[in-house]
Design a protein around this ligand. Structure first.
Ligand SMILES: Cc1cc2nc3c(=O)[nH]c(=O)nc-3n(C[C@H](O)[C@H](O)[C@H](O)COP(=O)(O)OP(=O)(O)OC[C@H]3O[C@@H](n4cnc5c(N)ncnc54)[C@H](O)[C@@H]3O)c2cc1C
Length: 406
């Protein structure tokens, strides 16, 4: 059998690749970023057990490293596809990272690089040099160069200092045509663009953040290096309001429910209670949608001091231009009133937008890829519908089973 192409190196694609290879199939796993792990590797911790992302990922990376049947191609996307199940021809395009696999990640190049860039792995909280390791757990452990910032040969300091000949500032993109048996589309999701939501004023204050940015603020990668601080002034917030369904279940933005945002906010509230037990947290929701083991999670939140669950929509978030104080105007259905309260931070629980950009696939009205058993391309994970990590793992395994069939 020809190899099976897995597109997307998040938890879904990584699971599918490992499962296929461990049943003896050849796999080509392509990932458009320079590292595997997708969104999970960027998280502070993940439910239901609140374990750090390294927990599941490290084992998977080891399984990939030790299995010669998996070829990992990072910085690579599918440019074109033709053919049918059993005999697809695919064109893969790999952009250069300018650092080859002789790199030992010694870091000497970083120390000498004179240019800085926003740390995109950390949602631009903080800076890295133009040559950088995407993050400490990065697989593969190899540096890369951001050519939007690097000064190229006019600088060349990294090339001079590298003892391993690992840097080529003139490296060119590569194209490759290969034949594959079938394709798994595990291209995942992006966070909804919060600046499109009117009335929530995302762009007006550094202290109005999205739920994915909040993951970084909680983590040791954030500006507080493991202590939760307000982005505007570096002080611990005394009150935080969560806006559920920010731009979701709304015909003007995303009409669907993203399935994980309620559990994510409950997780965030428990994280805050651990770090800053005196900080007041209010979660403003329309309905709380949690399933399975996350029901226990909800009970823990209900029992935790200083966390309030408020049923009712947030009408607006305003920023006082003089003092920068944030005001949240929200209904409280249980009490039958609407209140305007000052808070130190606002977290917008924005939803999941599919990254379903694989040529030749069919999509639904919300842009999620649909399964078509006949065509040999199998969507899986959040590219198919919003789902949590454990469902993504099962879905990646299911896609692997379908993809290896005749
Ligand atoms: C705020 C928030 C918190 C969450 N917290 C939790 C939690 O605590 N526990 C939990 O179970 N779930 C949580 N989730 C859900 C979790 O993030 C998803 O279940 C998980 O990311 C799904 O993995 P995936 O592989 O399908 O997608 P992704 O993680 O998005 O991975 C997809 C990968 O495909 C790559 N890719 C995209 N397009 C292409 C292309 N054209 N070519 C090549 N590669 C491509 C991407 O770069 C990415 O690496 C949370 C979600 C949100 C919004």
């Amino acid at each position: 059998m020809k190899p099976i192409l897995v597109i997307g190196g998040g938890i879904t694609g990584v699971t599918a690749a490992v499962e296929l290879a461990e049943t003896g199939k050849e796999v080509i796993l392509i990932e458009k970023k320079s590292y595997l792990g997708g969104k999970v590797i960027q998280m502070h911790n993940y439910f239901p057990k609140l374990c750090p992302p390294a927990c599941g990922m490290e084992i998977n990376f080891r399984r990939i490293k030790n299995n010669s049947r998996i070829t990992v191609m990072t910085h690579t996307e599918l440019a074109a596809v033709s053919g049918k199940k059993g005999a697809f021809t695919v064109n893969l395009k790999t952009v250069s990272r300018y650092v080859n696999d002789l790199c030992t990640a010694c870091g000497e190049c970083v120390a000498i690089c004179p240019v800085e860039r926003p740390d995109s792995f950390n949602y631009n909280y903080g800076l890295t040099r133009a040559i950088y390791l995407p993050h400490p757990l990065a697989y593969p452990q190899r540096y890369e160069i951001d050519d939007n910032f690097c000064e190229g040969e006019s600088c060349g300091k990294c090339v001079e200092i590298c003892k391993y000949d690992a840097i080529d500032l003139n490296a060119k993109p590569l194209e490759k045509e290969i034949e594959v048996h079938s394709i798994i589309g595990a291209t995942g999701w992006e966070n909804y663009d919060a600046s499109k939501i009117s009335g929530l004023n995302y762009n007006k204050s550094l202290d109005i953040v999205t739920n994915v940015e909040f993951e970084i603020l909680l983590s040791d990668k954030g500006p507080g290096e493991g202590k939760l601080v307000r982005p505007s002034d570096g002080k611990p917030p005394k009150s935080i309001a969560f806006v559920q369904c920010a731009g979701s279940r709304d015909e003007n933005y995303l009409p669907y429910c993203s399935a994980v945002c309620c559990s994510a906010s409950l997780k965030h509230a428990l994280n805050i209670a651990d770090m800053l037990p005196d900080t007041k947290v209010s979660i403003h929701y329309v309905d709380l949608r949690v399933t399975g083991r996350n029901e226990d999670f909800l009970r823990r939140v209900e029992e935790t001091k200083n966390i309030e669950l408020v049923k009712g929509k947030i009408a607006r978030v305003d920023v006082d231009p003089e003092s920068n104080v944030l005001y949240v105007e929200a209904e409280n259905i249980a009490e039958g009133l609407k209140k305007k309260e000052a808070v130190d931070m606002v977290v917008l629980a924005t939803g999941i937008v599919p990254t379903a950009n694989i040529p030749g696939t069919i999509k639904n009205d919300d842009n999620f890829m649909l399964t078509n058993q006949q065509n040999g391309i199998y969507p899986a994970g959040c590219a198919k519908k919003p789902m949590d990590v454990s469902t993504s793992v099962k879905d990646g395994t299911a896609a692997a089973l379908k993809a290896m069939g005749k």
